[in-house]
Design a binder for this molecule. Structure first.
Ligand SMILES: [Zn+2]
Length: 237
């Protein structure tokens, strides 16, 4: 086999490693981003619950104030009763006190209902907060794993990049350019074996004369179908 063929095969093996490593890194970064999004979503839900809780609490505060006022009205009306002289006035004040009492009852019911809602919201918030903490813990530990993995791949890629550079320099420039373009366009497979009249890159049948010529000169050719660089393993044909 010609030297340049072996060089390209070695180069491609290295390139495929590098491509694989970069893809792994990309996947890991995507996973990291997904973890962050999950936590952000949960945080947004908690923020929303906090807003709802604040609104209900404010409403409840207003209602409590109104209740205190009505209770005062009841007390005032009842305090006046002993001093009243006429039956008519007595009944009027009694009615006033009753109306205020009825108001108090309504307001108290409203407060009770609000408290119930508040409790539900608070329980829901506590639950979400716990979920977030658990998620955060898992995310942190997974994120550390991912970071370590990324560093490991970085290291191995940088040493492979160096190796690749040294190897690529040995390939004639024009051939290297062709190889680089094919590697990009043909999904990381630029050079493939031609075996039994077939291109192992695209699996298309090669014209017999073309294949026999390749057998004779044992060099490189382009597949007439996919354009990949073709070589022949002498002993296997
Ligand atoms: Zn082909």
């Amino acid at each position: 086999m010609k030297e340049e063929v072996q060089l390209l095969i070695d180069l491609q093996e290295l390139d495929q490693h590098i491509i694989k490593g970069r893809k792994q890194q990309e996947q890991l970064r995507k996973e990291q981003a997904r973890l962050a999004v999950q936590a952000d979503k949960l945080r947004a839900v908690i923020d929303q619950l906090d807003e709802q809780i604040a609104t209900v609490e404010a409403e409840c505060g207003e209602t409590s104030k109104a209740l205190a006022l009505e209770q005062e009205n009841v007390a005032k009306a009842e305090a006046r009763l002993p001093e009243i002289k006429t039956q008519k006035e007595y009944l009027a004040v009694l009615k006033e006190a009753d109306t205020a009492k009825k108001q108090c009852k309504d307001l108290q019911e409203k407060i009770d209902a609000s408290q119930e809602v508040l409790q539900e919201l608070q329980d829901n918030r506590d639950e979400k907060q716990q979920q977030l903490e658990e998620l955060q813990q898992n995310n942190d530990s997974r994120s550390n794993e991912i970071e370590a993995e990324l560093v490991k791949i970085d290291k191995s890629l940088s040493s492979e990049d160096n190796k690749r550079e040294r190897l690529a320099k040995k390939v004639p420039e024009q051939l290297r350019k062709t190889y680089d373009i094919l590697l990009q366009r043909r999904n990381g497979v630029a050079i493939v074996e031609a075996r039994r009249y077939t291109c192992l890159g695209c699996n298309m049948h090669l014209p017999p004369q073309f294949f026999n010529n390749m057998l004779k000169h044992q060099g490189l050719d382009n597949c007439p179908h996919c354009n990949r660089l073709l070589y022949i393993q002498p002993q296997e044909n």
